[in-house]
Design a protein around this ligand. Sequence first.
Ligand SMILES: NC(=O)c1ccc[n+]([C@@H]2O[C@H](COP(=O)([O-])OP(=O)(O)OC[C@H]3O[C@@H](n4cnc5c(N)ncnc54)[C@H](OP(=O)(O)O)[C@@H]3O)[C@@H](O)[C@H]2O)c1
Length: 326
Amino acid sequence: MKAVRIAGPDRLIVDDVPEPQPGPGDVVVRVSAAGLNRADLLQRRGLYPPPPGVVADIPGLEFAGVVVSTNTATGPRVGERVFGLCAGGAQAEYVANPAVLVLPTPEGLSDVEAAAIPEAYVTAHDALVTQAELAAGQRVLVHAIASGVGLAALHVASLRGCPTFGTTRSAAKAQRVLSLGAAGVAGPDDFDQAIMAATNGEGVDVILDSVGGPYLERNLALLRERGRLVVLATMGGGQTNLSLSALVRKRLRILGTALRGRTVEEKAAALNACTRDVLPHFSTGRIRPVIDRTFPLAQAVQAYAYLEENRNVGKVVLTLADESFT
Ligand SMILES: NC(=O)c1ccc[n+]([C@@H]2O[C@H](COP(=O)([O-])OP(=O)(O)OC[C@H]3O[C@@H](n4cnc5c(N)ncnc54)[C@H](OP(=O)(O)O)[C@@H]3O)[C@@H](O)[C@H]2O)c1
């Protein structure tokens, strides 16, 4: 089968590889769309290896397609349209994945849209709702809000009636995110002042951060009493000085989180929680995954470059349907 393959440090190719063999409890899906994530860029550079037991040279954390075989009596059936979350290997014509991480595609969604859901929405829901215990109406700040995870977080928070602010380094992205329903969007230099002013000096209850070190002090200053900061990544750097006094005085919590390395059971719990709260709203049309653009699998190298150049608002998705590789 054809697959995106990491053929060496920073060397990505579309290659012929053997089809995956399902283990106990797995289903095999013929993939028609596979989402791209920041983690794929790190994996290509050798910085984010998959957990043990997961195919190491084929990236891809999410997919949509049709079940072609099953190794379990429960879960989706052969011929069913599905989408799923995996620890690697999704950017290929076929993927074998635990059936508990594969769900029926919601009514009314295309495969491209379904493939854009799992990693971003499960991450956002787990961070905001499960870990930060976001309550209805609380204010949220999402850094890099125009990212796939950022816009999923905007949706998850908006479903709880939570005004959501964001940051981006691009004025054009700021306009787009405002049009998608953010309460306010600020740049990296003055986000603390801008959001403090927009909230009448009160600040926010929960911050979802993927930038890290350079934002920490200002994040803590922006949090209200008993606020929660969830750190997803450290794109801007992982080292910083932390003044503990704000933490103590305001009784703040700082939480770190990572989805990929969790056990299948832990991931299934996160997927199920997201499914319960978020999935029904895709079928009603209240929310819709934001797709920036698609690339055919054969143009995976260009797709990775597009993401790396920070050009996307929302998700970039690889498509495999009706593809000619000749
Ligand atoms: N912990 C977890 O389980 C988990 C799971 C999924 C994702 N994540 C993390 O969540 C973040 C978003 O992931 P994604 O796949 O949705 O990303 P994405 O769509 O590729 O978007 C990432 C955006 O981050 C901004 N950015 C990049 N470098 C930056 C820097 N040095 N400083 C500030 N902003 C920067 C850029 O937006 P602007 O142009 O708007 O600045 C870029 O478009 C990533 O950091 C990813 O690693 C963590």
